[in-house]
Design a binder for this molecule. Structure first.
Ligand SMILES: [Fe+2]
Length: 294
C-alpha cells in the first residue's frame, strides 16, 4: 500500500498531469520504466530455490531467517524502546500501527542490512534498488478491518516488500494473502495499473491512503472486488496463498501481484517490514516530484 508523506502537494501540477493522461501515455511510461531496470543476478542467486520461487510465484516464505534468540531480542527491544505496544500509535488505514525509521530505533541490522535480501532485491528489481521505508508494524486489535483487506495491486513499478515475522503467524494472526502468479504481465494487470496511473495525485504530508487519490472513486484504484478476482484467478490458474509462518521467517513478495491484508482474529502480529523499490527514479517522482508511495 502507499503512504503519502514525503512529497509536496501541487494541485496545479496534478491538473496539468491529468490532462496528459491516456492509455498510450501509460504504456509508454511502463515500457520506459521496464527498460530503466537493470537486474543484477549472480550465478548462485539464479540457482537459489527461494529466488526461483519468488520469480515464479511472486512470493516466497523463507523459514529460519532469524534464530529464535535473535527474534526474542528484537521483540524485547521493541517493547522496551518504542510505544507501539502501548496503544499510543495510531492504527493506519492498512490496519497496523506503524513506526517508520525503525533502523533508528534499535539494532535490527540482520534484517534491514541483510546481504541476502539486498541481493534478492538487486536481482529481482534492479541494481539501483532503494530501501526507503524501514518499519515496525503491529496489529493489536482483533476484528479491526482495513481497506487493504480487498485484493489489490500496489503499482506498475517494482515494489518488493520484505516482512520479518517476529511472532508466529497463523490463520488467526492477520496473514497476508496473495494470488500466486498474479505478478506476471497479463491484460487484466494493465487495466488495474492504468487505474493507478490515471487516478494518482500526491496527498498531503502524513496522510496515508491505499492509493493517493483525486476523487472518492480514485481511492479504490488498483483494487478488485471478489467476482473480478474470481474470474481473473480462474482464467489464469492463480492459486491463493495464505502467508502463515513461524517467528523468524522472512516473507518476500512482489506487491505488483494481487494481495490483501486480513483482520486479526486473536493475539497480535508483530513484523519488521521494508520496501525495496526505485521510487526516486519512478514516474511519480519525475513528473510530480513525489516519492511518498508506501
Ligand atoms: Fe498492498
Amino acid at each position: 500500500m502507499y503512504e503519502a508523506g514525503r512529497g509536496k502537494l501541487r494541485p496545479a501540477d496534478s491538473i496539468t498531469h491529468r490532462k496528459r493522461l491516456s492509455y498510450a501515455a501509460f504504456l509508454k511510461e511502463r515500457v520506459k520504466y521496464a527498460l530503466d531496470c537493470k537486474p543484477e543476478r549472480s550465478p548462485s542467486l539464479r540457482q537459489s530455490a527461494d529466488f526461483q520461487t519468488l520469480c515464479r510465484d511472486g512470493i516466497v516464505m523463507i523459514p529460519g531467517f532469524l534464530a529464535p534468540e535473535q527474534v526474542e531480542a528484537y521483540v524485547r527491544q521493541i517493547k522496551a524502546d518504542t510505544p507501539i505496544f502501548d496503544g499510543q500509535v495510531e492504527v493506519s488505514d492498512i490496519g497496523s500501527c506503524i513506526l517508520n525509521d525503525a533502523d533508528q530505533v534499535g539494532d535490527f541490522q540482520a534484517f534491514f542490512e541483510s546481504p541476502l535480501i539486498q541481493a534478492m532485491a538487486r536481482a529481482y528489481v534492479s541494481a539501483d534498488v532503494e530501501t526507503p521505508r524501514k518499519q515496525i508494524m503491529l496489529k493489536l486489535k482483533p476484528g479491526e478491518e482495513a481497506y487493504s483487506d480487498f485484493y489489490h495491486i500496489d503499482h506498475w513499478e517494482h515494489k518488493l516488500r520484505a516482512f520479518l515475522l517476529l511472532q508466529d503467524v497463523s490463520a488467526d494472526n492477520a496473514p497476508l494473502v496473495y494470488l500466486k502468479g498474479s505478478h506476471r504481465l497479463k491484460p487484466w494487470r494493465l487495466r488495474k495499473e492504468f487505474e493507478i496511473f490515471h487516478h494518482f495525485r500526491p496527498a498531503p504530508k502524513d496522510v496515508r491512503y491505499a492509493t493517493p487519490h483525486t476523487t472518492e472513486e480514485s481511492k479504490w484504484s488498483g483494487m478488485c472486488l471478489a467476482p473480478e478476482v474470481y474470474n481473473i484467478g480462474r482464467a489464469h490458474g492463480y492459486e491463493e496463498y495464505i502467508a502463515t509462518g513461524t517467528a523468524g521467517s522472512l516473507l518476500l513478495f512482489d506487491a505488483k501481484g494481487l494481495h490483501h491484508s486480513t483482520a486479526l482474529k486473536q493475539g497480535t502480529r508483530l513484523l519488521l517490514a521494508m520496501h525495496l523499490d526505485r521510487r526516486s527514479k519512478g514516474y511519480f517522482k519525475r513528473v510530480m516530484d513525489y516519492e511518498g508511495q508506501g
